[in-house]
Structure formats: C-alpha cells, structure tokens
Design a protein around this ligand. Structure first.
Ligand code: DGY
Length: 328
C-alpha cells in the first residue's frame, strides 16, 4: 500500500502497526537524525513520514515530496513544522497529545526537587570524593513542601505538575499563555498574572508550547522579577527562555538556580556556560522518556499514518488541509 519513512528507530510496536496495515516501512538506521539533505531524499518517494522533533520539515521538503500525505510527529510539540504551511500543501500534521503528560510532569517534578534540594550537585560532589563529614551547613537547599510553585501554561502537562505540587503541600499559582484565556487549574490552584507569578514563586515551571508569542517569554526582565532564591524549571522548549539572559541571571545570583531539560540549541554544545554553573542541572530532553510513554507516542504516530493512508482523518491532527493530497 503506502511507503512510510521513519526517521529513527522506535520503541514499541509502531513499525509492526505500520507493517500490519500493509505499508512498506523504511527506518533510518542512524543514532543521529538524517541530515536535511538525506531526509529530503528519503521522503521524496514516501507517502508518509513518521518524524521526530529533530526533523525540520519545511516548504521545500513538502514541495519535493509530491506523494507525501502526512507528517506524523512523535511528540506533543510540533514547532519543527508549520502546520498551516503543511495544510496549504495538502499535508496532514499530527502529534501525540495526552500520553506524555504524566510522564513529563514526573520529570519536571524530579527537576524541581533536584534543583531545590541540590541532588545532582551534592551527588557529583560525593562521587568526586569530596564527602568528608556530615556537615550542618553542607548543601543547604530550599524546602519543597510549603513552597510556592508557579506554573506557566495550564495545559495537560501544567495540570499534571499542579497536582504533584498540591500533593507536596505547595501553594500552586498558574498563568496561561500570553494572549490566551487559560484553562482552569485543578481545585486549590490560583490563577494570577505572569508578573504576580514570577514575583511570588519559589519554583517557576514552564509548560507552554513554542509559538511566536511564547518565544523568549522568559527574558532578562522576567528573570529579574523572580525571587533571588527562586529556581526555574524548563521542560517545554529551550527558546521559551532567553538563554543568554538566563546565564547572566544565574551568574549574578539574580535567581538561585535552573533545571533545564530543553535548551537552545539542542544538543547544548559541550563547554557551554550552563554546564559550568553549579546551580544548573541540564538533562538531554528526556522528560517523556519512559519505556511505556515513548512506546505509546511512537504507536500513536503510527496510528495517525495508518488513518491518513486509509483515506481517513487522523485522530491527532493539528491542521486540516482544505484539499488533502490523494494517491497519485
Ligand atoms: C514533546 O512531546 O513535545 C516533547 O518535547 C518530547 O517528548
């Protein structure tokens, strides 16, 4: 039936789902993403692309791939492709909402605990042989229970982080994305403005998608508005934060620390200033990386492809082509 290009090896049953639906599947064997040129060459004859957030899908690629009917992103975020541009070219774009919210929230909370209680910093010190005695003043951190958590973005991940915060006995504040009416938070949470949230929170956790209105949402002014004792947690997208301003704020002690699962660019190059700061934890964009969740994300992306190639509307469309491409 269809030809599907999958841009990386995947966990779970995604490939089997595609093959069981009768499709011929080519999987990119590399550990690293195909280069833009190789991606374009492989997608040229394909009916569907199972893409990752590391694959940039632009107008040229769609133009050079006349058979391509769907880009199924294996991620909730889809800032690697412009859904409106794809719709104009007759190509569906799909994502994987829902399945990763709890797993991502677990990880955001892990980063919050890590930064406040200096887990990575103290573990690194112990591993380096620096543990000489129990010290009354060693690695003093910030209590998480009783602290104020500020959640920027009350989507499904923000909601899941809020529930964790309440469970830890935190006061939970939230605000929506700029220019949008926010969903209500779970009972017990308080909606405030971004300015109020920044001024009052001990931990600020970001849960907005990357759009033109959220790019660099947290810049020098916002960092200066945070408490000097506060921590920034980012599991959203690196470009939501002005990273140079963040480095400055961390170096000058304008905020106490940061825990970042996402950076700008990714990967963050070796030797970057963020790696040398003791009050920073950087992880390699793994917030959704549990065996179960990554398998389900891949399987959802495969199911979206199966639907489109069967002439149906995909269950997780993020755009709606006026004239979807048909088989030539
Ligand atoms: C997403 O889904 O957008 C995450 O960043 C990757 O899990």
């Amino acid at each position: 039936m269809g030809r599907v290009f999958v841009s990386r090896q995947l966990p779970g049953r995604a490939i089997a789902i595609l093959q069981e639906a009768g499709h011929a599947v080519e999987v990119w064997p590399g550990e690293l993403p195909p280069s833009p040129g190789i991606l374009a060459a492989r997608v040229r004859g394909a009916d569907a692309l199972l893409a990752l957030l590391t694959d940039r899908i632009d107008a040229d690629l769609l133009e050079q791939s006349p058979r391509l009917r769907v880009v199924a992103n294996m991620a909730a975020g889809y800032d690697n492709v412009d859904p409106g541009m794809a719709a104009g070219a007759g190509v569906w774009v799909t994502n994987t909402p829902g399945v990763l919210a709890e797993t991502t929230a677990d990880f955001a909370f892990a980063l919050l605990l890590d930064s406040g209680r200096r887990v990575t910093e103290s573990a690194n010190s112990a591993r380096a042989g620096e543990w000489r005695t129990w010290s009354p003043g060693g690695f003093l951190g910030l209590d998480v229970h009783g602290a104020t958590l500020g959640i920027v973005g009350m989507g499904e991940i923000g909601q899941a982080v809020a529930r964790r915060g309440l469970g830890f006995g935190m006061r939970v504040l939230f605000c929506g994305r700029p220019g949008q009416t926010s969903k209500a938070g779970p009972p017990g949470t308080e909606q405030v403005s971004l300015a109020e949230l920044l001024a009052a929170s001990d931990f600020v956790s970001l849960h907005v998608p990357l759009t033109e209105s959220t790019r660099r949402l947290i810049g020098a002014r916002e960092l200066a508005a945070m408490k000097r004792t506060a921590f920034l947690v980012n599991t959203a997208r690196g470009s939501v934060v002005d990273q140079d301003a963040l480095v400055k704020a961390l170096v000058t002690g304008e905020i106490a620390g940061a825990a970042l699962d996402v950076t700008d660019p990714e990967p963050l190059p070796g030797g970057h200033a963020l790696y040398s700061l003791p009050n920073v934890v950087v992880t390699p964009h793994i917030a959704s990386a549990s065996v179960a969740t990554r398998s389900r994300m891949a399987e959802m992306a495969a199911a979206n492809i199966v639907a489109v190639l069967a002439g149906e509307q995909p269950p997780n469309a993020v755009n709606r082509p006026q004239s979807p491409r048909r088989l030539p």
